[in-house]
Design a protein around this ligand. Structure first.
Ligand SMILES: Cc1ncc(COP(=O)(O)O)c(C=O)c1O
Length: 372
């Protein structure tokens, strides 16, 4: 099957680039003496998880139990959920624990106590990591409260506190390489101080887990980190490009789309809207406008900088022609590099794996929609 025979819009992944991304991250993280535990929320595919594990990943991350169900069913037996589970989910977690090692995070002493009671009652020890807020200000205990939390949680029955974990999501707002490097250095310093404080209290925290694609290239050489959990790197996207995490020729996922209307010289309408591209805007050192980067045709890296994906309806992209002679007519095809590939995965049942214009395989997005 050739790409030109496919109906559009169609999400496509360049197999060669994806494999190269997997290899490069594995080499970088392994070369830094750390374990790689990729976040599977980007691809939601056991096939790709298997490729990551075969290259040396020590396990995977899933965001939710429902996502983990799919990967455990497919044979992945070492999963971390860097997500704050609630004790009301104990029965679902236990069902997974029969078949796999599954760890999760806690960031609240009372919630940890709830898990502890569940563990004691059911005669198991849940493996947990303390989530630390290193600046993203989403989940996580504040660094100043971490020592106390470690003491409390380490002393609870039914729990085994394995270490500390953070996600430097604020790296997505970085304005330069220097800022990114500093975020990675600060993250390591915060976690290192918690590990030292715990050691002084006689508590061994063996796992120091960080994870975000923008900081990955700096974290690999930070001492004291044992594990990295990037996810986005498998495909990258326009945001990764804007943050210097990837070059255009490392971006593996595109949306192939057709021109369906050319109502004016300065306007082109494509058949991929927010239900394909998502409404996420691009981030980066100097964020670029629009809902994706338009590339000419079905192959190559020929960007069309005079086109800005200005507006998305559910099924249309309204593209502004900023100048230059753009000859696009209804029926012509272009590719769009999405702003955020992880969300795009979750919007389609399957993805075409391509080599040039050839569709070499169709990848089911098996954990698509597993948001609970
Ligand atoms: C807790 C956690 N760990 C790891 C990751 C992976 O980060 P990235 O998407 O930058 O690769 C994410 C992403 O959202 C996350 O929330």
């Amino acid at each position: 099957m050739r790409l030109s025979e496919r109906q559009t819009p169609r999400v496509i992944v360049d197999v060669h680039r994806m494999r190269r991304n997997i290899d490069r991250m594995q080499q970088a993280v392994g070369g830094g003496g750390k374990r790689l535990r990729p976040h599977a929320k980007t691809h939601k595919s056991p096939v790709i998880a298997r490729a990551q594990l075969e290259r040396g990943a020590s396990g995977i991350c899933c965001a939710k139990l429902g996502e983990a169900d799919v990967f455990v069913e497919a044979g992945c037996d070492d999963i971390t959920l860097p997500y704050p589970l609630l004790p009301t989910q104990a029965a679902r977690l236990l069902a997974l624990l029969d078949r796999a090692r599954v760890r999760f995070i806690v960031d609240d002493v009372e919630v940890a106590r709830g898990w502890s009671e569940e563990g004691v009652r059911r005669g198991v020890r849940f493996e947990v990591l303390l989530k630390v807020d290193v600046g993203f200000h989403r989940c996580g205990v504040a660094p100043g409260a971490a020592r106390e939390a470690v003491r409390a949680i380490a002393g609870m029955g039914g729990l085994s506190l394995r270490g500390v974990l953070s996600h430097a999501g604020h790296a997505y707002g970085a304005t330069s390489e220097t800022v990114l490097a500093q975020i990675a250095a600060d993250e390591r310093a915060v976690l290192g101080a918690i590990v030292e404080g715990a050691a002084a209290d006689g508590i061994h925290l063996g796992e120091v887990s960080v994870g975000a694609t923008p900081t990955a290239r700096f974290s690999v050489s930070e001492p004291g980190i044992t594990e990295m959990r990037p996810g986005n790197y498998v495909y990258f996207d326009r945001t990764a490009l804007g943050l210097g995490a990837a070059t255009l020729d490392e971006c593996a996922m595109f949306v192939m789309t057709s021109v369906v209307s050319r109502p004016a010289a300065d306007r082109v309408v494509l058949d991929a809207g927010s239900k394909t591209l998502s409404n996420d805007l691009a981030r980066g050192f100097s964020p670029q406008p629009g809902h994706g980067l338009v590339l000419a045709g079905l192959e190559g890296l020929d960007t069309l900088p005079s086109l800005v994906v200005e507006r998305l309806s559910e099924e249309h992209a309204t593209v502004r022609v900023q100048g230059g002679a753009v000859t696009l007519r209804p029926g012509d095809r272009v590719r769009v590099l999405p702003n955020h590939s992880c969300v795009v995965s979750n919007l389609v049942d399957e993805i075409d794996l391509v080599e040039g214009e050839r569709v070499v395989d169709v990848l089911p997005v098996a954990a698509r929609g597993r948001i609970a």
